[in-house]
Ligand binder design. Structure first.
Ligand code: SAH
Ligand code: SF4
Length: 395
């Protein structure tokens, strides 16, 4: 097995060319602090001032939510003009917003190139979680996942990833007033999960840069403990996640034998259960206070037996873990059914009695197709409908 990530399509092909931006003006959203400093120097900012200027612009963008250089009142007018000439502050555009009867908000967002991705905001009593996408589509083809039926179009840039958080804050009206810094648990958007469309570890650098921006204390300022990255099991990138992002980890586990996992999560053919478990055991961030989440989708008659529950416990023995049971969310044409509530309860019970928290995830936003694994952009749906329409017309 090779150590290098085996992304079938290289990042170079997928990453957006810089100059595809408005009239050659570069978007500042998504640049790291160092990247921002360098960009300001390239546009004519004297090197001696660059760090301070970058700090000021950073605070306007990420702490105050400002999108207009002219509103940056602590910068002299000629300097603001220089910024206007060279840069933009662009976030994805909301094309459509659906609000579920349970308060979940699904955003359909348009990004450069006319592509569309989805982000979902899930309000709960003690927190509000934004589920963020990392790719348009996914190269992987997990057989129970709606996104998996959409081929990969491209990786999102760091700006498009952190931009999802910024757009949601716009919509929630949550840019803090001057001098007010609400506690995490009082925020409307307090948590981020990388569980939307795409495999975040196949877009590592952009995801990392975006999360570093989201965690920066002079900006959006989310604690690393309030960010969870979910991977289908890209084993060589797991250690890097701890070292370079430091967020919590979730793993789409879903099966207890290689035979079944090969079918559900085909990346298992490259890195099987044993290899995955070994990488998780070594995850340095896994402690009792920062447990690894094992996501386990409950599919009727496929992976939901008592034997599966017992095998699961054996496999993860010794790993600080919690098991998140996800009732399968159906989508049109899905080849699986959701396990019954009784079955899910029996499974959860076995896991719980073995000493692991085993919460059952309540499906949210099902009425707007916003639940886990239901995301797939409208454009792609429409494109596919056009492609398949003639074949479906009865002769
Ligand atoms: N690509 C990453 C993150 C996105 S998927 C990953 O696979 O982990 C986020 C979670 O939703 C994963 O655990 C995934 O397995 C789960 N999921 C996908 N389709 C689902 C469906 N139809 N019903 C319930 N959960 C689903
Ligand atoms: Fe991709 Fe995750 Fe869906 Fe698998 S479950 S197809 S990795 S988005």
């Amino acid at each position: 097995m090779s150590d290098a990530p085996q992304n079938p399509i290289t990042q170079d092909v997928l990453t957006l060319p810089r100059k595809a931006e408005e009239g050659g003006r570069r978007n500042l959203v998504g640049l790291t602090r160092e990247g921002l400093r360098e960009a300001l120097i390239a546009a004519g900012t004297p090197e001696k001032q660059a760090r301070m200027r970058a700090g000021q612009v950073w605070q306007w963008i990420y702490q105050k939510g400002v999108r207009d250089f002219d509103a940056m009142t602590n910068l002299a007018k000629p300097y603001r003009a220089l910024l206007v000439e060279n840069f933009t502050i662009k976030v994805p555009e909301i094309v459509r917003r659906d609000v579920s009867s349970d308060g979940t908000r699904k955003y359909l967002l348009r990004i450069a190139g006319g592509h569309e991705v989805e982000a979902v905001y899930i309000p709960e009593e003690s927190r509000g979680t934004l589920c963020v996408s990392s790719q348009v589509g996914c190269t992987l083809t997990c057989s129970f996942c709606h996104t998996g039926t959409q081929r990969l179009v491209r990786n999102l840039t760091a700006g498009e990833i952190v931009g999802q958080i910024m757009v949601a804050r716009d919509d929630l009206g949550e840019w803090p007033l001057p001098g007010r810094n609400p506690k995490d648990e009082q925020r409307l958007l307090s948590n981020v999960v990388l569980m939307g469309m795409g495999e975040p570890l196949y877009n590592f650098e952009n995801v990392r840069d975006a999360m570093k921006i989201a965690m920066d204390g002079e900006g959006i300022s989310l604690s690393r403990r309030r960010i969870t990255l979910s991977t289908s099991g890209v084993v060589p990138e797991i250690a890097r996640t701890a070292a370079e992002i430091g967020c919590l980890l979730a793993v789409s586990f879903h099966a207890t034998t290689d035979e079944v996992r090969d079918r559900l999560v085909p990346i298992n053919k490259k890195w099987n259960i044993a290899a995955l478990i070994e990488a998780l055991r070594a995850y340095p961030k896994a402690t009792n206070s920062e447990r690894i989440t094992f996501e386990y989708v409950m599919l009727k008659g496929i992976n939901d037996s008592d034997e599966d529950a017992h095998r699961l416990i054996e496999l993860i023995r010794g790993i600080p873990a919690k098991i998140n049971l996800i009732p399968f969310n159906e989508w049109p044409g899905a080849p699986y059914e959701r396990s019954s509530n009784n079955r899910i309860r029996a499974f959860a019970d076995i896991v719980y009695k073995a000493g692991y928290a085993s919460p059952v995830r309540t499906p949210r936003g099902e009425d707007i197709m916003a639940a886990c694994g239901q995301l797939k952009s409208e454009t792609e749906r429409a494109r596919k409908a056009r492609r398949t329409a003639p074949a479906e017309t009865p002769a």
